[in-house]
Design a protein around this ligand. Structure first.
Ligand code: ATP
Ligand code: MG
Length: 517
């Protein structure tokens, strides 16, 4: 009798054996071209797309072009040490990022190697830098806010945990500042932060790291950096490495905030690689798959369902525009992938409106449902009122004699805009935001001189913290502000007006002057 099962078993055993043999027997090829960080290899079989290759001398490369007559790869290091004829081995693995709690507080490169001059972080696990995004069934609605601490954003462009919100603007408009302020504001919020720097100047990166360190944010933050002088492939994988680390925490049920600073430089790095690999160029010389480059990255940001642990990744990608052109290739791509954008404008920034958020062009498509109830109720009309004020202000520039009603609207609008100005590193708590918005939309503002609103606001918050702690205690951010709470806020604000503006105390006047400067 022939036992079919036994034969099957025997064949399977043989096949398993072959499989392991092949894994041990790594295929090997020869470099036939090297230049600009690119190598072409002949004789390398069984290589997967995105596989890590090992070059003689311990250098690593990434296989990107799999062609009939060879493999095209980019080098992570050792560009000047490699020559024609060197042997290259396949590894059978894609690029992996070491992940674990030990990376928090550290500055590492996109391969997980320490850059802060201390010992290598000890990790038990690695994750592939490329990983499929969670499916629709694994996701949940975005329903919890991620507080940035910036009044203009939290009131009008709210961000929820699991959302992707683009920060876009010209150079030097405070894009990084918003991201850093958001990270600093996560202190004590049980959110893990990852800051990925792509192709930035080493000097500005050093400044950012110092800011995070001084602000005590490094305890819950990992910085993954690739500077402008790093090899292009390192810049290319940096955001994916950051995302792999973020996923490790998300799948463990944690909330993660990840900042990609910035994706324009990432696209440029990818373009350099593609052109050197002789891939066909498309619009603005970017390769055809540049949309996929960012969509597969940002799709990995998600809010997971309860069954999957309920963790989340909130992504804040940054994109730099040229002369405010948001209809260029990369900006339009990323705008269409994300759930909204915060648009920063040079004109606003230079005229002193900081953060320079253009409220009209900024939007948050999902964060509204995650906003705290009290803030949502108070800021409901804010956007419309501000838009009306701006329109009126432009129209009235030419008019000389204004009736008192228009004057009042203009002055209130100006005060509202001033309230939304905020110094860097000065983050407001939700309750402080509620106080500021309530006062700015009440009739009380008419009693405060126009140029002094910033100083008054800062004074008011100090005053309430010291003399009226009961107000802070009473406010409940999770429901609509009751009349009683509103009354308390306004009475405290009135006391403060008498205390500061009414008396014209010298300290306040001086403060207002510096504020105006
Ligand atoms: P880059 O294009 O170089 O990356 P950026 O858009 O990231 O620039 P930042 O570096 O964040 O801009 O900010 C530019 C400058 O503006 C910095 O010196 C920063 O300190 C200052 N700045 C940013 N936001 C504010 C603010 N709210 N109040 C005052 N100054 C600010
Ligand atoms: Mg920046």
């Amino acid at each position: 009798m022939i036992d079919v099962n036994a034969i099957g078993k025997e064949i399977r055993k043989k096949l398993d054996h072959i499989q392991t043999e092949r894994e041990n027997n790594r295929s090997c090829g020869k470099i036939v071209y090297t230049g600009d960080g690119i190598i072409r290899i002949n004789g390398l079989h069984d290589v997967k797309y995105n596989e890590l290759l090992e070059v003689r001398g311990g250098y690593r490369a990434l296989a990107l072009n799999l062609e009939e007559d060879g493999v095209g790869a980019v080098l992570f290091s050792g560009e000047d040490k490699i020559s024609y004829g060197d042997l290259v081995y396949s590894t059978g693995k894609t690029v992996q990022m070491p992940v674990g709690e030990s990376l928090l507080g550290r500055v590492v490169n996109p391969l997980g190697e320490a850059l802060d001059g201390t010992e290598q972080p000890v990790t038990q696990e690695t994750r592939p830098v490329e990983f499929p995004a969670p499916s629709i069934m694994d996701r949940d609605k975005v329903d919890r806010p991620l507080q940035t601490g910036i009044l203009a954003i939290d009131s009008m462009i709210p961000i929820g945990r699991g959302q992707r919100e683009l920060i876009i603007g010209d150079r030097q408009t405070g894009k990084t500042a918003i991201a850093i302020d958001t990270i600093l504001n996560q202190k004590g919020e049980d959110v893990i932060c990852i800051y990925v720097s792509i192709g930035q100047k080493a000097s500005s990166l050093a400044k950012t790291i110092a800011t995070l360190r001084n602000g005590g944010a490094m305890e819950y933050t990992c910085v993954i950096c690739s500077t402008a002088d790093d090899p292009v492939p390192l810049q290319y994988i940096a955001p994916y490495s950051g995302c792999a680390l973020a996923e490790y925490f998300m799948y463990a049920g944690k909330d993660v905030l990840i900042v990609y600073d910035d994706l324009s430089k990432h696209a440029v790095a990818y373009r350099t690689m593609s052109l050197l690999l002789k891939r066909p160029a498309g619009r603005e010389a970017y390769p055809g798959d540049v949309f996929y480059l960012h969509s597969r990255l940002l799709e990995r940001a998600a809010k997971l369902s309860k069954e999957k642990g309920g963790g989340s990744i909130t992504a804040l990608p940054i994109v730099e525009t040229l002369a405010g052109d948001i209809s260029a290739y990369i900006p339009t791509n990323v705008i269409s992938i994300t759930d909204g954008q915060i648009y920063l404008e040079s004109e606003l920034f230079n005229s002193g409106v900081r953060p320079a958020v253009n409220v009209g062009l900024s939007v948050s498509r999902v964060g509204g449902s995650a906003q705290r109830e009290a803030i949502r109720k108070i800021s409901g009309q804010l956007r419309v009122n501000l838009a009306q004020y701006r329109e009126l202000a432009i129209f009235m520039q030419f008019g000389s004699d204004l009736d008192s009603e228009t004057q009042k609207t203009l002055s209130r609008g100006a005060k509202m805009s001033d309230t939304l100005r905020q110094r860097q590193y000065l983050n407001y708590s939700v309750k402080e935001m509620i106080i500021l918005l309530t006062v700015a939309q009440s009739e009380l503002v008419d009693k405060i001189p126009e140029k002094k609103i910033t100083a008054y606001n800062e004074g008011l918050l100090d005053y309430i913290r010291i003399n009226r702690a009961d107000v802070l205690e009473k406010i409940d951010a999770d429901r609509k502000l009751s009349d009683e709470e509103r009354g308390m806020i306004l009475s405290a604000a009135e006391e403060c007006i008498n205390y500061t503006v009414g008396d014209e105390r010298e300290s306040v006047a001086a403060e207002a002057e510096t504020g105006a400067k």
